[in-house]
Write a protein that binds this ligand. Structure first.
Ligand SMILES: Nc1ncnc2c1ncn2[C@@H]1O[C@H](COP(=O)(O)OP(=O)(O)OP(=O)(O)O)[C@@H](O)[C@H]1O
Length: 330
């Protein structure tokens, strides 16, 4: 099933997510610390941070599953618990592990659908849409993690919600599954839906998202469009006479920095122009590649920082388990 075959519903007007001064303290541990950001409709927003950064805790507060210590989290201007039509407003899939293992995928959806007065026809439509119709009558306990992710996504979409919140949706998907998810989410956002997906891996969601919100240690680190945060394109080039190539590139108007005896870094240019310039002055090129962006460097530093790793050990309290659900509950 491709994203192009998503059934046509009248586009739902978007709903904004607003997180304002949000904090959550467990005992003496501040899991989320004065966090503020906005998620706009019609865009896919990646909520990124290393393991233990506080992403799931933030999403649980947003979905009314746990109470904030301070601050507010609203969807379309209201806390989850006050939404007049939660099922049509928000669909969510937190950790994809808590299915009744003996129940079929289809029955899992039918139970949720019945509780929310969604017709069974919608269940079958969604099974088809997320690509697990062939396994609909198999026990969910026998599903792979990737299939459970798809089932969770189907559950989240039952009410055709305006906002979709997915915790680590790419977890367990193979490269083909990740590509499928990308097309699927981009299609939903093009209908005007607000999509918030968390991930601890930038590379997993980088090509899917329009905007990113990056947190570490429960605090906001950066927020912006993926284009803004990527910064200028940079290329690394190795040749036999780096100073000569640097002069030629500089004369051609490129920003160049010599980074080693035989290497240069060129900012903001198409790598083909670098190759053409080298060819024009008869220099061989031994290596020419795009270097990692500022965003990737920053994310790598964040995820490899010792203080973040230590924090990931937590306070010995195992993290709670989560159900796949439509928005909030308790
Ligand atoms: N109920 C709880 N009691 C105590 N500590 C908790 C509780 N829930 C979460 N934590 C701690 O809060 C921190 C943030 O956890 P959270 O699950 O929100 O992180 P995350 O960014 O979602 O990480 P991951 O990418 O690993 O899912 C972790 O150190 C975690 O152990």
């Amino acid at each position: 099933m491709t994203a192009a075959s998503v059934p046509v519903h009248p586009p739902a007007p978007g709903a904004r997510i607003e997180i304002n001064g949000l904090s959550k303290v467990f005992g003496d541990f501040r899991a989320v610390d004065n966090l503020s950001f906005v998620v706009e409709p019609g865009r896919v927003t990646g909520f990124l941070g290393p393991n233990g950064a506080g992403k799931t805790t933030t999403l649980r507060m947003l979905l009314g599953l746990i109470r904030p210590t301070e601050g507010t989290a609203t969807i379309n201007g209201q806390p989850y618990a006050s939404l007049p039509d939660p099922m049509q407003t928000v669909g969510s899939a937190l950790e994809a592990t808590n299915f009744h293992p003996g129940r079929t995928g289809r029955d899992h959806l039918r139970v949720i659908a019945a509780a929310s007065k969604v017709p069974d026809a919608r269940v079958d439509e969604l099974l088809e849409l997320v690509g697990i119709a062939a396994a609909a009558k198999k026990r969910a306990g026998a599903y792979s993690l990737g299939m459970r992710q798809r089932l969770g996504l189907a559950a989240a979409l039952l009410g055709d919600p305006r906002v979709l919140i997915l915790d680590e949706p790419a977890n367990g998907l193979d490269p083909e599954g990740i590509r499928w998810l990308r097309g699927f989410l981009r299609h939903l956002s093009s209908e005007g839906k607000t999509i918030l997906i968390s991930s601890h891996m930038l590379s997993e969601v980088e090509q899917t998202v329009d905007d990113v919100v990056i947190i570490a240690n429960g605090r906001l680190v950066r927020q912006g469009s993926i284009g803004e945060l990527h910064g200028a394109r940079r290329s690394l080039v190795r040749t036999t006479d780096a100073p000569r190539l640097a002069r030629a590139l500089s004369d051609a108007g490129h920003a160049v920095q010599q980074t080693g005896n035989d290497s240069l870094e060129v900012t903001g240019d198409d790598p083909r122009h670098i190759g053409d310039t080298a060819l024009a002055i008869g220099l061989p090129i031994y290596e020419l590649r795009e270097s990692k962006s500022d965003l990737e460097d920053m994310f790598f530093e964040l995820t490899s920082a010792p203080e973040n790793r230590n924090r990931n050990l937590g306070d010995g309290t195992p993290p709670p388990s989560f159900d796949v659900q439509q928005g909030g509950g308790q």
